[in-house]
Ligand binder design. Sequence first.
Ligand code: ZN
Ligand code: ZN
Length: 256
Amino acid sequence: MKLHCLGTAGYHPSATRQTSCYFIPEASLMLDAGSGLFRVESLIHHDEISVLLSHAHLDHVFGLTFFLDFLAVTPLRKIHVYGERAKIEAIQKHLFNELMFPVLVPIQWHAIEDLGPEFVLNSARCRWFPLDHPGGSVGYRIDWPDLSIAYITDTTTSPQSAYWREIQGVDWLIHECNFSDEEIDFAIKTGHSWTSAVLESAAKAGIPRLILTHINPLACEPDPLGLAQATAKMPRLTPSQILVASDSLVIDLSSL
Ligand SMILES: [Zn+2]
Ligand SMILES: [Zn+2]
C-alpha cells in the first residue's frame, strides 16, 4: 500500500509545496483536500473515493472544488467526504456558495458524529478523536488487517496530549510539524507543533515510523524543520525512523 504526498505545506502553497492532501490509491482513501488535490487525477482508478477531513481551514479543504474536473475525466463517480458536522456545514455554506464557486460538486457528506468514535471504511476500521487547534480539528487512526496509520493535523502537541493513547501501536504516524524550534511562540499562537515537541512525543509513544508534514511554506529547504539539530537530542528516535514529507513523495507503507 502506497501513500502519495500530494500537498505537504501548511497555510499556503510555495514554489515547491501545495497544501495538505495525501492519497492511498489502493484504498481510494484521501486525507484532507488542500490545493495538492489537483495532483490526484492520474491516481484515480476507482469509481468511489473517501476523503477524511481533519477540519475545514482552507489549506485542508480548498481542493474539494477541483473534484468537478475529475468527475469528468476519471472513472470517479462518487465522492464521500467525512468530517465533523460543524465543519461540513461551514464548507457547504461558504466554500460551495455560488459567490465563491459557481457549481455545486455532488459530494456525499458524512458527519462523523453520526458514525460513532469508530466506523468501518471499506476494509479498514477508522477511529477519530479531537485535537488541540483553534476551531477544533480531529485526528484519525486507520487500521487495515495488516497495516495501521494515524493522521494528526493540525494541533499543538505535547507528550501529555490525550490523542497519543488513541494511536498506540500504529505502524506509521503522519504528524504535522509546521514549525522548527526557532518558532515555538508562533506555533503556540497558531495552534501548531514544532520539531522537538513532535519528536519527543512520538519517541515517548514508541512510534516506529514518523512522517512529518504540514510544513511552513516560508521555511528554508532542504531542512525546513531543523531536523538534524533536533534529532541529535532525541536518542530514542533514530533519523532512519523519520521522513519529512515533500510533494510527490511516494511512501511504501508495507516497508516497515
Ligand atoms: Zn493547516
Ligand atoms: Zn488549521
